[in-house]
Each structure stands twice: as structure tokens, then as C-alpha cells.
Design a protein around this ligand. Structure first.
Ligand SMILES: Nc1nc2c(ncn2[C@@H]2O[C@H](COP(=O)(O)OP(=O)(O)OP(=O)(O)O)[C@@H](O)[C@H]2O)c(=O)[nH]1
Ligand SMILES: [Mg+2]
Length: 444
């Protein structure tokens, strides 16, 4: 666990700009003394008092002061909140006054980091705080709240306990060498490992949903000029943002809009039509389009049904790993088209809106989004750790099948245990903690 300075930190906890109320938050051993100096003393735990906020005899503001004694506070330390008027100058004066009394300006996420260090939250819950603040949809906010409430941590903990039990079992076998072989061979370890891998598979599935829900996907619209990429962009976003003309090569810049597609956060990117060109501006557009296509989680490759298929030499060359859906546009111009949609091939008309429900369904299916059903928020970091846990458990299983010595199986189980522990922060290196908390906003 990280060792923390026991200094007192302060920050403006409300967003920058003007607002009805602005809050300065103080946490640490001197929080009460500083709060009392600025508000006249006599603060009662968890009681709101209306006070003047005074710095060196000058009244800065009037407002509510709250005092939460440790350990029953967000950070687990003494916390004082000064709730004044939400003007940037007033709040900076108030913050300056706390610093004048010995507080230090908090780093981003430092309040939540202290909550983690003081065991008020585990790492998954601390990350959920940031995800809740950043959530882009109602579903994402609900997911973050579930993680914050400990739903995800609980499931991780269950698998963690099962690995621990198995470790104890295997280590016991090693301690009784005469019985070791029998111990490991009579199928019990094999059965338990199988159960563990099943539990892990469920956690991985839920985790993937959680990542989709909280972090969303990038979808790039690519194709030859004039096929209707910008028309599709405008129809999906519901706004007339992109310029649409019948002149091939209209779009040059990348256009990006964030939208929520049935609960799935999507960053949609319109790109320049791909073709050979000598125009330097268009050339740069084509270069950016190709870059965007290779970075996106999903590519919608759009074709115009009303014109003959392009020369295969001009066909798009996307990295094989990129997921894609072939979108055949302008069905309104071709009689008989439009009823054969599949998960990776959809017929639409940007003019009439035909096929858009199928297109949305295909997007969700391609990225494996199961909908807004009860799930928690998760991060890619968690998925990586879950996968490493699986790899270690599978190695343990292979060693068991190969009748390897108990020590080797025990070692793999230990690795699996460490990987899983990094999710909730039981065995997370300080450097990773620094990275996680530095992405928070100041005052949280
Ligand atoms: N009839 C019909 N016309 C369409 C449809 N979709 C797009 N168009 C027309 O096709 C032309 C090109 O549309 P855009 O959306 O600008 O095509 P684009 O792929 O963005 O083209 P570039 O930006 O040049 O690469 C415009 O005249 C659109 O009105 C459709 O479904 N049906
Ligand atoms: Mg365009």
C-alpha cells in the first residue's frame, strides 16, 4: 500500500466557471483547524452552519460550512467543506485562504486516492467514481454506480477467494510429499480449476460489456467518394453537420460527433472519400481517413449500389484485425435491393432512412454489445488483468495434466492470484496507482 503524506489538502470541488454554489474542500489532519479559523470556530460534526468566511479580518464570502470527522468522511480523514457562491474569483480567494492556513493544493484525484489508501474504496470503486463523473449516458452512469457500490469488486473477490482456496489445497499437497501425487491426481484440483475458469469467463464477459458501456467505441465511415458517407453521418447524428454534395471529394477534414446508440456510446467519424488524387488537400484528407480507419474499433465500409462496383485495385485495404460492416447505400435507386441484411452486410438508404434499424443492430452485434442490461462499468486495464489471470490458470491446468510437480502448479496459481489482485488494488504497484489517479479531475 502507498504511504501518504499526512499533510492537509484543499481544492475547489465544483467545476470552473460561474454557478449558484461553489465548494472548497479540505481534507487532512489540519482540516478542522483551518475550517474553524476561516469560519469562527465551534464546528459540530455533520451539522450545517451558516457562517462568514473570513481571511485576515476580511470577509471573503458567506455560506455553509460542513465538518465530517474521520473516519466517516469520503477520504477517511477529517474533511471540511466550505460552500460559498460559485464565482471563480471568490473561490480562488477562499482556496488561497486555506493555503494561507497551511493546506496544500490537491493534485487531481487526490481526495479519491486518500479514500483508497484509507480503505474507504478499493481501486475498482475509485475508478468508478471517475467513470460516474465522466459518464456519457444514463446506462453508463448506472453501470458506474453499480461498480461504485461494489458489484464488480464482489465478483472479483469471489474468484479471488476460489483461487486462494485452491492455492491452499495445492500447497497442502506439497507439504505432504507422500500423498502429493494422489492428492493432485484424484481429480479434485482439476474440477476446481474448471469451475474457476468458468467463473472467470463470466467475469470477462461482464467486464467487456462494462468497458463498452463506460468507454464506448469509435466508428469510422469510409469508402469511395460520393457513396454517401456524410449523408450517413448526418442521419445517424440527426444533425446536418457534414456538407453533402454530388461532387466527389466533398469531405476533406475528419468530422467527429459523440452519440449514444441504444445505450452504447459511439464516437462517429466521417472521412474523405478514398481515391487516387494529386490534389494536395484531398491527398491529406485521404491519408487521415486511412489512419482513422485503422484506429477505429469498427469500420463502416460504404458502397454505392447505384454505380458498378469499383475497380478492385482501388479497393480499401484495411488492417485485417479491424471489424467492419459492409454498408450498401442508395437502395432507393435500385429496385429489389434491401432485404438481405446480415450482421456484416447491411442495405440502407440515407435518402429514405430504410435499413437504419438493421444498421444499428449490426453495429451493436459486431462489437458484442448486449444492451443496457444490468452491468457494471469496467476499464480496459481490468480486461487485461482478467485475461492474464486466465492465462496463468490455463497454464496451471496444463501443468496438472502433464503431471508436473505440485510446486509448479502452485506457482502458476500464485501468479493468477496476483494478476486478479491488481484489479481491486490489493497488489497494485505505486506507479500504476499514480497513473490511475492522475486522470481524475481536481477536487475529487
Ligand atoms: N438517392 C440517394 N442519394 C444519396 C443517398 N445517400 C447519399 N446520396 C447522395 O449522394 C451524393 C453524395 O453524398 P455524400 O454524403 O456527400 O457522399 P460522401 O461519401 O460523403 O462523398 P465525399 O465526401 O465526396 O467522399 C449526394 O448528392 C447525396 O445526396 C441515398 O441513399 N440515396
Ligand atoms: Mg463526405
Amino acid at each position: 500500500m502507498t504511504s501518504l503524506d499526512t499533510d492537509t489538502i484543499a481544492a475547489v470541488a465544483t467545476p470552473p466557471g460561474q454557478g449558484g454554489i461553489g465548494i472548497v474542500r479540505i481534507s487532512g489532519p489540519r482540516a478542522l483547524a483551518i475550517g474553524e479559523t476561516l469560519t469562527g470556530g465551534g464546528l459540530q460534526p455533520r451539522r450545517a452552519s451558516y457562517r462568514e468566511f473570513v481571511d485576515s479580518d476580511a470577509v471573503i464570502d458567506r455560506g455553509i460550512v460542513l465538518y465530517f470527522p474521520k473516519p466517516n468522511s469520503f477520504t477517511g480523514e477529517d474533511v471540511v467543506e466550505l460552500q460559498g457562491h460559485g464565482g471563480p474569483v471568490v473561490l480562488q480567494m477562499l482556496l488561497g485562504a486555506t493555503v494561507g492556513q497551511g493546506a496544500r493544493l490537491a493534485r487531481p484525484g487526490e481526495f479519491t486516492e486518500r479514500a483508497f489508501v484509507n480503505d474507504k474504496l478499493d481501486l475498482v470503486q475509485a475508478e468508478a467514481v471517475a467513470d460516474l463523473i465522466a459518464s456519457a449516458s444514463v446506462a453508463a452512469a448506472r453501470g458506474a454506480l453499480r461498480s461504485l457500490a461494489g458489484d464488480f469488486s464482489k465478483q472479483v473477490h469471489e474468484v479471488d477467494q476460489a483461487i486462494l482456496k485452491l492455492r491452499v489445497y495445492v500447497e497442502a499437497a506439497i507439504d505432504f510429499p507422500d500423498e502429493e501425487v494422489e492428492f493432485l491426481e484424484h481429480g479434485e484440483v482439476h474440477r476446481k480449476l474448471g469451475g474457476l475458469l468458468d467463473g472467470l469467463a463470466k467475469l470477462q464477459r461482464d467486464g467487456r460489456q462494462g468497458v463498452l458501456l463506460s468507454q464506448g467505441i469509435t466508428v469510422a465511415l469510409v469508402g469511395a467518394p460520393n457513396v454517401g458517407k456524410s449523408s450517413l453521418f448526418n442521419r445517424l447524428t440527426g444533425e446536418d453537420t457534414a456538407i453533402v454534395t454530388d461532387i466527389p471529394g466533398t469531405t476533406r477534414d475528419l468530422l467527429k460527433v459523440d452519440l449514444i446508440l441504444d445505450g452504447l456510446p459511439v464516437r462517429l467519424v466521417d472521412t474523405a472519400g478514398l481515391r487516387k488524387t494529386t490534389n494536395p488537400v484531398e491527398l491529406e484528407g485521404v491519408r487521415r481517413a486511412a489512419g482513422e480507419a485503422s484506429r477505429a474499433d469498427l469500420v463502416l465500409e460504404i458502397r454505392d449500389l447505384s454505380v458498378p462496383a469499383a475497380d478492385p485495385h482501388d479497393a480499401l485495404r484495411l488492417p485485417l484485425a479491424t471489424k467492419r460492416i459492409l454498408v450498401l447505400n442508395k437502395t432507393d435507386l435500385v429496385s429489389g435491393a434491401g432485404s438481405r441484411s446480415a450482421a456484416d452486410e447491411v442495405y440502407i438508404s440515407c435518402l429514405t432512412g430504410a435499413g437504419f434499424d438493421e444498421l444499428k443492430a449490426a453495429i451493436k452485434q459486431q462489437v458484442g454489445f448486449a444492451g443496457e442490461a444490468a452491468t457494471f462499468s469496467a476499464r480496459r486495464r481490468h480486461l487485461v488483468a482478467l485475461q492474464s489471470t486466465r492465462v496463468a490458470l490455463e497454464r496451471a491446468s496444463a501443468e496438472l495434466a502433464a503431471k508436473s510437480p505440485g510446486e509448479i502448479i502452485a506457482e502458476e496459481l500464485k501468479l493468477a492470484h496476483l494478476e486478479l489482485g491488481s484489479i481491486t488494488g490489493e497488489v497494485t504497484p505505486d506507479q500504476l496507482l499514480g497513473e490511475i489517479f492522475s486522470t481524475f479531475c481536481i477536487g475529487k
